[in-house]
Ligand binder design. Structure first.
Ligand SMILES: [Fe+2]
Length: 451
């Protein structure tokens, strides 16, 4: 599903904004078209909304963020915007309590698509012709174009979470747009590299980037001690050794919460693995395939941490990730691991270039100054840092609940990008976060020790 991402957007380039919006919408449409209509009202992940919700949510959110909050304009369809306004935090809801929306009479897909078409027309018209109050004098949510970027990046981020969900659907309920192709090869030899002590800059100062979500703002300079880090992400082959060594049965390797989780949910292997007649398979998006030993293993934080403990190591902090990815021996910091050139397909496996991972180390021109591979792309990277605000945090006006609802000490920061992360989201300050026992994300890891 390749796409050609544009250069960074100037808010004065109306055509670029329209084309970004349209490209988002076409990609979303392709994702929903992949699903068997019989699955449209099902919930591939129990605590998430049914699929129908998301197809309405994407245009409804853009209407609310951009037209209503950003421009102070009327919506397109009040009933649809109320129905589709907000997803449910899958983590904050007790499984025993009936879910909000469980009794909702969802509209037909035709009605959802009709609403989407009306929303698209209004949004494209606004992007092309509306007066933008970039000072935020009248509509604070539009300051520096915040509401525009909020709408555009929100849709791209949802595309990734939709694919996590599609991954959980039975294979028979998905139709690939084209025959899947896989990049396979031998697993790289595990090796480690020393990263010297230095400073890592987390976050970004306001005004230093065209747009960031609220949790990205506030520049924080952390002193990082010397450490040694895996050159490659941990592969399926390496994780298989942990599984076969009884890692899931060894309580000493797990945090109390992790042990409780794998016991309660009977977790004995990564959620992206399948076992059939004594053989391991990768649960691809469209079909199972014999476990590709060179691909990074996708696991929850708890599983990553248990593997690291088994090796007598640990996961990196957010600052160590930054130091390994963007730091250099000279002390200067880069925009991307490979330097300051804009992201493209040679630098990493992101921007929907593939439905699946590629072998660890398969994009060497994306390596960092220390020679560490795949820090951006091929799966997010778990860190031990609990998700929290950077100095001077202020909730964003166009989407105030975006981050603040998750500053609860229960989520860990992930950095980098996965195959399903749009190129526009690939930036140094971007942060992602999940609960430690959420096993469905495209998240990999590597281990460190103090140097
Ligand atoms: Fe959303």
């Amino acid at each position: 599903m390749p796409s050609s991402a544009p250069a960074p957007h100037a808010l004065t380039d109306r055509l670029a904004l329209v084309s970004w919006y349209r490209r988002n919408r076409e990609r979303s449409r392709r994702l929903f078209d992949m699903i068997d209509p019989a699955a449209y009202y099902t919930r591939p992940i129990a605590l998430r909304n049914p699929i129908v919700f998301y197809e309405g949510h994407l245009p409804a959110f853009s209407v609310i963020a951009l037209l209503k909050r950003g421009l102070g304009a009327p919506g397109v369809d009040e009933r649809m915007e109320k129905l589709f306004e907000r997803g449910i935090d899958p983590d904050s809801i007790d499984a025993a309590v009936p879910r909000s929306g469980a009794d909702t009479a969802w509209p037909s897909r035709d009605a959802v698509l009709d609403y989407g078409a009306r929303a698209d027309a209004a949004i494209v018209d606004a992007l092309a012709t509306a007066a933008f109050d970039l000072d935020g004098a009248t509509h604070r949510a539009m300051r520096q174009g915040e509401a525009i970027f909020t709408a555009l990046e929100h849709e791209a981020m949802h595309q990734e979470t939709l694919l996590y969900m599609w991954h959980r659907l039975p294979f028979a309920q998905k139709l690939p747009p084209e025959p899947p192709r896989y990049e396979l090869g031998p697993a790289p030899t595990p090796s480690r590299v020393a990263v010297a002590a230095g400073t890592a800059t987390l976050g970004a100062a306001r005004g230093s980037i065209p747009f960031g979500w609220d949790n990205e703002y506030g520049e924080q300079r952390d002193a990082v001690g010397a450490f040694e880090i895996d050159v490659h992400s941990v592969t399926n082959a390496a994780f298989l050794e942990f599984v076969e060594a009884g890692g899931y049965a060894n309580r000493d390797l797990w945090s109390p919460g992790g042990w409780e989780w794998i016991g309660a949910d009977q977790v004995a292997h990564p959620a992206f693995w399948l076992r059939d007649q004594g053989r391991w398979f990768w649960r691809g998006l469209f079909e199972p395939l014999p476990l590709p030993e060179s691909w990074p293993v996708y696991v929850s934080y708890e599983e990553a941490a248990a593997f690291a403990r088994w090796q007598g190591r640990r996961l990196p902090t957010e600052a160590e990730y930054h130091r390994a990815a963007f730091g250099t021996p000279s002390g200067a910091e880069r925009a991307f691991p490979w330097g300051d050139d804009l992201p493209d397909a040679t630098r990493g496996n992101f921007d929907f270039a593939s439905w699946d991972p590629v072998p660890a180390g398969a994009r060497p021109s994306g390596a960092s100054a220390w020679g560490v591979h795949d820090l951006v792309g091929n799966g997010w990277e778990w860190t031990t840092s609990v998700f929290g605000p950077l100095p001077g945090f202020q909730p964003m006006t166009s989407y105030p609940e975006y981050s603040a609802d998750f500053f609860d000490g229960q989520h860990y920061v992930m950095k980098g990008a996965s195959p399903a992360t749009a190129r526009e989201l690939v930036r140094r300050s971007f942060r992602n976060w999940f609960r430690p026992n959420y096993p469905y994300v495209y998240a990999k890891f590597r281990t460190v020790t103090a140097g």
